[in-house]
Design a protein around this ligand. Sequence first.
Ligand code: ADP
Length: 477
Amino acid sequence: MGMALQREACLIDGEWVSGDDWIIVDNPATGAVLGRVPKLGREETERAIAAAERAQPAWSALLAADRARILRRFHDLMIERIDDLAALLTAEQGKPIVEAKGEIRYAAAFIEWYAEEAKRIYGEVVPPHAADKRIIVLKQPIGVVAAITPWNFSAAMITRKIGPALAAGCTAIVKPASQTPFTALAIAALAEEAGIPAGVLNVVTGGAADIGGALLDSPAVRKLSFTGSTEVGAVLYARSAPTIKKLSLELGGNAPFIVFSDADIDAAVEGAIASKFRNAGQTCVCANRLYAQADIYDAFVARLAEAAAALRVGDGRAADTQIGPLIDAAAVAKVEEHVADALDKGGAIVTGGRRGPFGDRYYVPTVIRDVTQDMLVTREETFGPVAPVIRFERDEDVVAMANATPFGLAAYFYARDIGRIWKVAEAIEAGIVGVNTGLISTEVAPFGGVKLSGLGREGSRHGIEEYLEIKYVCLGF
Ligand code: ADP
């Protein structure tokens, strides 16, 4: 029954484990039930941790080249099965099928990249402080890793944690979001097929508090990598204190997207559409608030509205859909609250501003003008297809407005003047800055935020360091 690669069981210690209680998973495009996954809890999570602990010494003792070969096979299987994985992803998450395929390629790329990096975990030999000593620095896997992941990139948020973790010689327990467990279980099935040994990768679905609690309380779990809201991230941070876990937190954003008067306006519109409306605005690096300089403000707003109005809204399974449904009714309610607040405070709708024609979970691409800093659309992450545009006069004003947020994940700006580009890139408080581009995600670059947007970096050669400990060996003669 079900779709290809759809598993209604969890992977623990190499066994597919069923449950007594279940979580029902639906398709956000239609509300139709897709299937169910086990609602596991503390006991099963503790079994997964014990399995990961048992599997870790042998996994890390493999030659790096042998771990790399297995990971490479895992990557290849993801690419071979891209159509099945993307269909599952669109069915449970809602994003257009073209974007789902893009995400699977992006997700697989983390496995490939870290398969290569596994062979390049170099230590150091340091010139010693005494004639009869030698100093060696070893890099060793941190041990058992917990990965807690969100629904908006249900494939890539998993592989960019388990790719470096497994490459480094760690073993892992993944808890996927309850809205999107099938992608995670399908990826686990491919990992098993690729030859990843029992216990090295475990996936547990169920109650967040039970599973999260078991992972956090366990002294065996040495590292937690979490992607999700700042609110939950702060709870996990505090709960990690008693066992002093190493943490990576990829949390909420509030990305500014600035268009200066010397920008190529058409390119800026194209970048804004790509950044703002990808995954119907449900990414942590989506442009959340747009700023346009006074002399180009009207032109930019008009062209942006025209491009937004042309986006095709519908079921993500249709080949020509560009904007799918939002994840659930609460997400649509939040968007409506933000838009109503903007209108109350003096904003004006240029296009959109209403639910879609296909049911309660859709919201039409929207552009709002005359937006100010005090509105919810500016202060909070809307996580929907709404582009609020704020007018600014001077460069220093827009930098101050862009930084007037506790978040600091991504920021974007369009300009041509090289002095202005350097100054603004340096002054913006964000972990990632896109200049003359709206798309910044790639496995080869370090992704992560500052301030309340998180800790640590994923991707690039820096990403694997999150899963390594440094051991200094002082060798006396
Ligand atoms: P989002 O708003 O993207 O759903 P959340 O932070 O609510 O972000 O959830 C991200 C992930 O964290 C999900 O897998 C969710 O189940 C999990 N989660 C939520 N609350 C907790 C918790 N108290 N302990 C552990 N995991 C949690």
